[in-house]
Design a protein around this ligand. Structure first.
Ligand code: TMP
Length: 210
């Protein structure tokens, strides 16, 4: 049995990742594929316990270093308990966020040295790398407007200042530029169905996905 493929969706606040993850999972499941849908922070029971520490409360509740260690504590459990076993049995895993979010939020936007995250990743999860990453891109203004229209309590990062979100957006674009074989940037200001079609079009042209 060959190992499954690991696909991630990344982007700032209000880019519509979760909707796109749902649409892709429904599409591939209807095609008869074995798909595991998951998310970060969280995705496994112990990582979901860490999630509220990170996404609720004051914007300055944690320093970028403490935050990074908590995201990685959750990620190690998520990888070990959910992602790696699913890929090993041949299922494809589709995750709403993964390690690029730590690089974008805690390094590019939060100010932590990118080498700290690179080294931490090598130590904690040397084999964990997505095969394909969709970076959904939208203007900061439109993204924050969309995010604010959701009525939930997970607003810790939304409440960081506008400059944080500008650095975040540029961070995701730079991550994609540095790793063009893995990352595809999609214009998330388009209607939901157009974004979904763009995602399917990318998959159609990747022979390793069918
Ligand atoms: P979500 O809103 O996509 O569910 O993600 C939760 C928040 O956590 C979001 O504001 C982005 C943030 N985040 C980081 O800052 N670093 C990370 O490594 C991850 C996975 C998420």
């Amino acid at each position: 049995m060959s190992r499954g493929r690991f696909v991630t969706f990344e982007g700032g606040e209000g880019t519509g990742k979760s909707t796109q993850v749902r649409l892709l999972v429904s599409y591939l499941t209807a095609c008869g594929e074995d798909i595991v849908q998951t998310r970060e922070p969280g995705g496994s029971p112990s990582a979901e316990e860490i999630r509220p520490l990170l996404v609720t409360g004051g914007a300055d509740r944690w320093s970028p270093m403490a935050e990074t260690l908590l995201f990685y504590a959750a990620r190690v459990e998520h990888w070990r308990q959910v992602i790696d076993p699913a890929l090993s049995r041949g299922a494809h895993v589709i995750s709403d966020r993964f390690s690029d979010s730590t690089m974008a939020y805690q390094a590019y936007a939060g100010g932590l040295d990118r080498h700290v995250i690179e080294e931490l990743h090598k130590l904690a999860l040397p084999d964990a790398r997505p095969d394909l990453t969709f970076v959904l891109d939208i203007s900061v203004e439109d993204g924050l407007k969309r995010a604010a229209s959701r009525r939930d309590s997970e607003t810790r990062f939304e409440r960081k200042g506008r400059e944080f979100h500008e650095r975040l957006r540029q961070g995701f674009l730079d991550i994609a530029k540095r790793d063009p074989d893995r990352c595809v940037v999609i214009d998330a200001s388009q209607p939901i169905e157009r974004v979904h079609a763009a995602v399917l079009d990318v998959l159609k042209h990747r022979p390793d996905f069918h």
